[in-house]
Write a protein that binds this ligand. Structure first.
Ligand code: NAD
Length: 643
């Protein structure tokens, strides 16, 4: 039995069935709605859809009463099934349907179009929602005010996260409006640090799938899986395999919170349309014993696949993405463990539009902070000495971009400029005597020096002007380390990049107190302003969220087909250029997040400009004013009026 929902009308891409619409409107007492979904994803779906619709229309015209008749009584049914739905689905196959133009009850449940109480009276009449909502009509601004008030009632950050995810599933535009207008307050909820906790508990809080899960079970079928995603025009994919989520380690399939969160920021901060964003989690298992034993774990229960099995799945994914979405789709690798991250980037950067945020995005944001900090401490980049704690994706990525920029500024070969940069890993200072045992990405940093075991020893021996923490290990910038930095630097520059907050190398308060208010400090996770010696310091957040949304937008609007390192430098330059004198006066080396849409447009324009200059842009002709063009392309969360 098939019942049509009163007031609904159906449209499948270019195919619309106005007859259904008029039928439905006139048959308001039609039996209870069957909410059904037809898979019309371009694989013969349209034909099936038409055939189904034609037969349904025929059935309807021949007598709607037939719809309420049940051919076979079902003796097993305990409660009388007056609508016939259950019995129909019990003993015969049914066709799943979808209505792609929402109205009535389904409109209120469609997050892309729902406006809640903001539907006007006229819209309520035209779209069959009168009576389905309380009578008040409110503005989007009032809805926003109410939701922010509600969110602030939650004491536990994870509750705020869940409330925001609920909103995203209920009313997409309102979700983005909240995020855009309250970015500084909500960024720590949808992103680090709360998203880390959300991933740890993803199995329990998981409600609806928000992205695509591609596991080993989908091997050989990835193209088909991509086609299951409802949106066809994808411009940005964020993909993780969940092996190194923030500083929290292997969270397997539960890493999905990261691509979902990052793409929410692509839209809110960078203005990329939500419908063109696709979060993906590749599930090859997990080595996290706790998850494997957890009855609520949502991923496949096996140890991580490695070697050929892993690379074959990834390769199939990369090829399928290009085949399905074309050359210009951006694939952002996110939170892969470093043994895979470097390899994947190296393998696909020549054939795909790929970007690793942990390596390249972090590098770009930190370089921007360093360039801005130079205005406070003086000297050129090449006149400074850098020491890193942590020589993984973030550490070596930042180090390489700083060396590249130094090399461009001084015209010295990069092999020379790298010598101004030192790294400490879990085994101590990276020096040439360790060369044999070093992973390949650490080798360029193995300079001549006696071996040193601890960070404090390295600080005392190298005497860096800039100290950068990227080890994922918290509390490693001890009082002694910060005091040592302050003993030979008038203004020590200290970046505590590790996330989430619990893993930060030191707190803002510690950095300012131990350096007696002289440190120029920025961190990965946010810290509140600190009062020290009667002065208020506002710690900057050296967070990739400054860069990747604008960077991605720049690639999208120029139709770039490859990422080039010079584009990362262009992004850093644009970000550093946004720090004002007023910001510097407060000790800030990043502009405030509340201006992020403007910052993203500037970054996008600079990146796009570089893409055109390098001949990597395909969107022609080049717009004359790229900043204006970037702004004009940005998604707006303001409600649309419905006719
Ligand atoms: P990674 O696993 O690639 O690298 C970690 C590195 O730290 C490795 O070289 C490891 O040997 C080293 N290490 C581990 N324990 C150590 C110890 N006790 N002492 C010294 N070194 C040690 O991870 P990653 O991608 O480089 O990320 C590291 C951290 O940086 C994470 O906490 C991540 O959240 C953070 N991060 C922050 C940002 C940001 O925007 N602020 C961006 C990227 C990464």
């Amino acid at each position: 039995m098939i019942s049509l929902k009163a007031g609904s009308f159906l449209q499948n891409n270019s195919t619309s069935f106005s007859g259904i619409s008029s039928f439905s409107h006139s048959q308001r007492k039609v039996s209870a709605p069957v909410v059904v979904a037809l898979n019309s994803n371009g694989r013969g779906g349209e034909r099936k859809f038409k055939a189904l619709m034609e037969s349904t229309l025929k059935e309807i015209r021949e007598g709607a009463s037939a719809l309420d008749m049940d051919p076979k009584p079902n003796p097993g049914a305990g409660v009388e099934d007056v609508y016939g739905e259950d019995r129909a689905t019990e003993d015969q196959p049914v066709t799943p349907w979808t209505t792609s133009v929402a109205s009535g009850y389904s409109l209120l449940r469609d997050p892309h179009h729902n406006k809640g109480l903001a539907f006007t009276d006229k819209e309520r009449d035209a779209h069959y929602v009168r009576g389905l909502l309380p009578p008040a009509v409110v503005t989007q601004e009032l809805q926003e005010k109410k939701l922010m008030h509600n969110l602030r009632q939650y004491q536990v950050p994870l509750q705020r996260y869940m409330a925001l995810m609920d909103l995203q599933e209920r009313n997409q535009r309102l979700f983005y409006k909240l995020l855009i207008d309250n970015v500084e307050e909500l960024l720590p909820v949808v992103y680090t640090p709360t998203v880390g906790e959300a991933c740890q508990k993803y199995g329990s809080i998981f409600r609806r799938p928000q992205g695509l899960y591609i596991s080993l079970k989908e091997k050989g079928k990835i193209l088909e899986v991509l086609k299951n995603w409802p949106e066809k025009k994808i411009q940005v994919i964020v993909v993780t395999d969940g092996e190194r989520i923030l500083g929290l380690g292997d969270l397997g399939c539960q890493g999905m919170g990261i691509p979902v969160g990052k793409l929410a920021l692509y839209t809110a901060l960078g203005g990329v349309r939500p419908s063109s964003c696709l979060p993906v989690t590749i599930d090859v298992g997990t080595n996290n014993e706790e998850l494997l034993k957890d009855e609520f774990y949502i991923g496949i229960r096996q140890k991580r696949a490695t070697g050929q099995e892993y690379s074959e799945l990834l390769h199939e994914f990369m090829c399928a993405v290009k085949q399905n979405y074309g050359e210009k789709v951006l694939i952002q690798f996110e939170d892969f463990a470093n043994h895979n991250a470097f390899e994947l980037l190296a393998k696909y950067r020549a054939s795909h539009l790929v970007f690793n945020d942990d390596i390249q995005g972090t590098a770009s944001v930190v370089l921007a902070g360093v360039v801005a900090a130079l205005k406070l401490v003086g000297g050129t980049l090449a006149e400074h000495t850098f020491l890193f704690l942590g020589a993984g994706e973030a550490g070596t990525g930042i180090a390489e971009l700083i060396a590249l920029e130094m090399s461009k500024q001084t015209k010295a070969p990069i092999e020379e400029t790298r010598k101004k940069i030192w790294l400490v890993d879990s085994k101590g200072l990276i020096v040439s005597s360790r060369m044999e045992s070093l992973q390949h990405f650490k080798k360029p940093w193995a300079h001549e020096h006696e071996p040193l075991k601890t960070l404090l020893d390295a600080v005392k021996a190298i005497k860096p002007t800039v100290l950068i923490g990227s080890s994922g290990v918290g509390k490693t910038f001890t009082k002694e380390v910060v005091e040592a930095m302050a003993s030979f630097n008038e203004r020590p520059v200290i970046f505590a990049l590790s996330n989430p907050t619990s893993q930060s190398e030191c707190t803002a308060e510690q950095a300012y107190t131990w350096s007696k208010g002289r440190a120029i400090f920025a961190s990965g996770s946010p810290f509140d302003p600190v009062e020290c010696n009667g002065k208020v310091f506002v710690p900057g957040q050296a967070n990739n969220a400054y860069i990747f949304p604008g960077f991605g937008l720049g690639l999208v609007i120029s139709g770039a087909i490859r990422v080039h390192d010079d584009m990362l430098l262009a992004a850093s330059e644009a970000l550093a250029g946004q720090v004002t004198e007023d910001n510097f006066d407060k000790g800030l080396i990043y502009p405030p997040f509340c201006n992020i849409r403007k910052i993203s447009a500037e970054i996008a324009a600079n990146v796009a400009s570089k893409a055109y200059e390098l001949g990597l842009a395909t969107r022609l002709p080049r717009p004359a004013n790229l900043v204006k063009y970037a702004e004009s392309c940005m998604y707006s969360p303001v409600y649309r009026n419905y006719r």
